[in-house]
Design a protein around this ligand. Sequence first.
Ligand code: CP
Ligand code: NVA
Length: 309
Amino acid sequence: MSTSIRHYLQFSDFSADEYAYLLKRAAILKRKFKAYEKYHPLSDRTLAMIFEKASTRTRVSFEAGMYQLGGSVVHLTTGDSQLGRSEPIEDTARVISRMVDIVMIRTFEQARIETFAKHSRVSVINGLTNEYHPCQILADIFTFIEHRGSIEGKTVTWIGDGNNMANTWAQAAALLGFELRVSSPRGYEVDAALAAVDGGRRWKDFDDPMKACEGADLVTTDVWTSMGYEAENEKRRQAFANWCVDARMMGVAKPEALFMHCLPAHRGEEVTPEVIDGPQSVVWDEAENRMHVQKALMEYLLIGKQDGD
Ligand code: CP
Ligand code: NVA
């Protein structure tokens, strides 16, 4: 255990300067990838990925990204490791971090990844917890910048559940200086204890999702029922019925507004097919960009800032 190891457990773990570097670096790594340029700075380095919840994008983007950087990957799930037979997370952290160079975890409570990190000899990355999804918001901001330039001063509207994505957007707004509007049904609002940065509350709550979308540069949403909350599915379907991003909502946003969704999506619930499959949607770029930003993140955590392109 060491206090000097950098972990990426929530968006506020990095500074605005570090984000400026990572976002630039991700663009360089993306260009190299598109040009089939071999770049193996992480040869002999191993990433362990631990999944306690399902995943498509997170798994593929971390795994492919690590191989592209010359490293290798070990993939574990609760079901195929001793975690599923109640081995303490502390012991798991002590053991795995003696054999690999970096760890990515997708799990339930944030406290669980924090406990792992506390007992890890190597950097730990949050690949989604109930509370946060920092890698996804990093990809979303990178995607916004690719399409529209700097996000500073822009208006981002979150429609729906005050969940891990919304909490992370709120932290990002505080760090990177954009306006965040959140419209959620009563009882599903963002929790200030999770979303504020240094006690600062940068988002504005809106009862009316249409009002929240007015003049927005980006409208974004997520499933009504996140992983781990399946027992609330029916109750949530009723509560969220008016929080479906549709053409009316996109129609009051700026004409050049983008639509994002971290995926997987439920067409006809949180978003209509015409919006997610329409011209303002950048969801496929958003998914691909997970890999590019995470490559920059792993490179940074393992070998620090890199010059050159
Ligand atoms: N957006 C996202 O994290 O997708 P997966 O659940 O497929 O990893
Ligand atoms: N909020 C969703 C995101 C999935 C990538 C969940 O936690 O299930």
